[in-house]
Design a protein around this ligand. Structure first.
Ligand SMILES: [Mg+2]
Length: 312
């Protein structure tokens, strides 16, 4: 039976995780990562604690696969799956692979599952609908692939190398909406006929297929159950409207106070809304649901980079 926990010989993590397996799904931008600085140091004590207890922390983000790969290393999540491009792409490490279903293991040791629609089709249909709706009032947008690298850096605050990775799309196309509600409805209707949808994130709208963060999270929970034969306890944290389906797919959910001012209202009875924003709110949310169950094991194992800057 594959292990889905992080090996840790210094604690009783293994027995803890087996008796009550837990999966934590988290949005990145504006949640685990600060909306402006992309810093996550306020979350480091909890990331270490989750690792000690063998809990998988699974990034679920609008970011691309190329952006996530270095980030998951830095966050200490290199042994857990990830969801990229709002649910269009799922990356599986070896422990999460199914011997019969996942045969194409990449050189990085990951199996990539495409749950969404090919990026070429999405870009083609966006162009078609822009031309068809040219006369429609309030119809204006710029896609991420149409932006210059400089304007993308300005808009996102990302440095040049990371902005380049953000443009390597596989299953969704972010766009800046420059029109009004009327134009948005028209584009939405047009794309719906193509089997595509528009999902709102923190900075961008995202044109995607019908996969979303919630469907990818459900897929991963089912995969966990298929491999382990046990239902995990699940928690999800997010700050944007595109996190809604993910927050509805789990046992317990946290809406992190955002900077964008958009309403995030999941149909979820076990819901906690944080006072703090970004990674400080992230730690507040994990503490609310799991603080009593997952006690700090030992301060000696807080060895995640960046811990010196921790300010909780
Ligand atoms: Mg977010």
């Amino acid at each position: 039976m594959p292990s889905l926990t992080t090996p840790d010989t210094t604690t009783n993590a293994a027995s803890d995780a087996i008796s009550m397996p837990r999966l934590l799904f988290t949005d990145l931008d504006g949640s685990l990562l600060d909306h402006h600085s992309y810093d996550w140091s306020p979350a480091v004590p909890w990331l270490s604690r989750l690792k000690e207890h063998g809990v998988s922390v699974i990034p679920v983000t609008s970011k691309t696969r190329s952006e996530i790969l270095p980030l998951r290393q830095a966050l200490g999540c290199e042994n857990t799956p990830f969801v990229a491009e709002n649910g269009a792409i799922v990356g599986l490490p070896a422990d999460w692979c199914h011997a019969r279903l996942d045969r194409h293991i990449g050189r990085d040791g990951l199996v990539i599952q495409t749950l969404g629609v090919d990026i070429g089709f999405i870009r083609q249909r966006l162009n078609v609908w822009r031309a068809r709706l040219e006369e429609t009032p309030g119809m204006a947008f710029t896609t991420i692939s149409e932006m210059t690298l400089d304007s993308l850096c300005d808009f996102t605050g990302l440095p040049d190398p990371e902005a380049r990775l953000a443009r390597l799309r596989e299953g969704s196309e972010p766009l800046i909406w420059e029109g009004d509600e009327n134009g948005l409805d028209a584009l939405r209707q047009g794309l719906a006929g193509d089997g595509l949808q528009l999902v709102r994130g923190g900075r961008f709208w995202h044109a995607t297929g019908h996969s979303h963060k919630g469907s990818a999270v459900n897929w991963l929970i089912e995969r966990f159950q298929a491999l382990k034969g046990i239902k995990p306890q699940t928690l999800a944290l997010g700050d944007g409207p595109n996190d809604t389906a993910m927050l509805e797919a789990v046992d317990q959910a946290v809406v992190i106070r955002g900077f964008h001012g958009f309403e995030v209202a999941p149909q979820q009875t076990a819901l906690y809304r944080t006072d703090a924003t970004g990674p400080t709110g992230w730690a507040e949310g994990v503490d609310h649901w799991w603080g009593r169950d997952l006690c700090p094991v030992t301060s000696a194992t807080l060895d995640t980079p960046g811990r010196e800057e921790v300010t909780r």
